[in-house]
Design a protein around this ligand. Structure first.
Ligand SMILES: O=P(O)(O)OC[C@H]1O[C@](O)(CO)[C@@H](O)[C@H]1O
Length: 309
């Protein structure tokens, strides 16, 4: 079982318009509502790929009930085990006009009692999990080291743990030793301010500085140029055969899902990275975050070039 955690879940709204023009009113041609937040997108992609998952996290208020209702349509292999909180789950809005522009609401305030009860609930779920994926921002009220607590519990349970977050939440969790982090360009620049991140060497220097904090693998996404991974088994670069256009929201979630799946099946790094690059591209090709265009995934995965650096 792969466990995904979404502490700041969201009711994701996607608006499709012809062209987004600031300071103008827009007629929206299509509105789609989805259960979202990064961990839920990861769970949905895993489920598309045929994996059994349990999606947990925090849900509250009317938006939380709507998210739960939307999750009711999930296939049996995607189980949900969310804890209820008093605060209102946030909404996010993505405006798609060929590319995507996102608006993320901040989310609820979580109480200390809700947090400590969640930690117990999560620890129980670890006993049926092989891999845990902790994704997204922290809602207000949670301690900055919330992810450090969850990483420590996973490690104590012998569960491999992927952490996909940013800013202070990421920095505070590094000493707990997550097995993989997927930093954005800002985080890489912060740990290695002099590195030229437009070059492979620069990304490797920054990734190695980040690994020095106790992380197993650093996975650096380079958008349409693919991925660079600094792993305990060496450094790899994975490049897609061609760029894919569409909605890039959720491409990172698909990438993380593919890695978790590869770990679950003990796939060696080259295969894992090939799938991660193909899954990211297949997520871009699908209209909504958390979806995967299976045809793109299957057609691209054999064309991804993986080289050991
Ligand atoms: O948790 P955050 O970092 O605020 O990101 C949340 C958002 O990211 C996405 O998962 C896309 O990665 C959206 O579905 C949206 O819910």
């Amino acid at each position: 079982m792969i466990l995904t955690v979404t502490l700041n879940a969201a009711l994701d709204l996607t608006y499709v318009v012809d062209a987004l023009v600031p300071h103008r009113a827009h007629r929206v041609s299509t509105v789609v509502e989805k259960a979202g937040g990064k961990g839920l997108n990861v769970a949905r992609v895993l489920s598309h790929l045929g994996e059994k998952t349990v999606a947990t996290g925090l849900l509250g208020g009317r938006n939380g009930s709507r998210v739960a209702e939307l999750l009711g349509d999930s296939p049996a292999r995607m189980r949900t085990a969310f804890a209820t909180i008093a605060g209102e789950t946030r909404r996010t809005v993505v405006v798609v006009d060929g590319d995507a522009t996102g608006f993320w609401e901040p989310g609820p305030v979580v109480t200390e009692a809700e947090w400590s009860s969640f930690v117990g609930h999560y620890t129980a779920l670890l006993t049926i999990s092989r891999v845990a994926v902790l994704s997204g921002s922290l809602p207000a009220g949670l301690p900055v080291d919330a992810y450090a607590v969850l990483v420590t519990a996973a490690r104590a349970a012998g569960v491999r743990v992927v952490l996909d977050t940013s800013g202070p939440a990421l920095a505070a969790a590094l000493p707990a030793g997550p097995d993989l982090v997927k930093p954005n360009a800002e985080e890489l620049a912060e740990v290695a301010p002099d590195a030229d991140l437009s070059t492979v060497d620069g990304v490797l220097a920054a990734a190695s500085a980040l690994r020095g904090h106790g992380v197993g693998t650093v996975l650096a996404s380079r958008g349409p140029e693919g991925l660079i991974a600094l792993t305990p088994d060496g450094a790899f670069r994975a490049v897609p055969p061609h760029a894919v256009s569409g909605n890039p929201t959720g491409a990172g979630d698909a990438c993380v899902a593919a890695i978790a799946r590869a770990w679950r099946h003990r796939t060696p790094w080259p295969g894992a990275l090939r799938d991660a690059v193909a899954a990211s591209a297949a997520a871009v090709a699908a209209p909504q975050a958390g979806d995967l265009d299976t045809r793109t995934f299957l057609s691209l995965r054999h064309g991804v070039a993986v080289t050991e650096l």
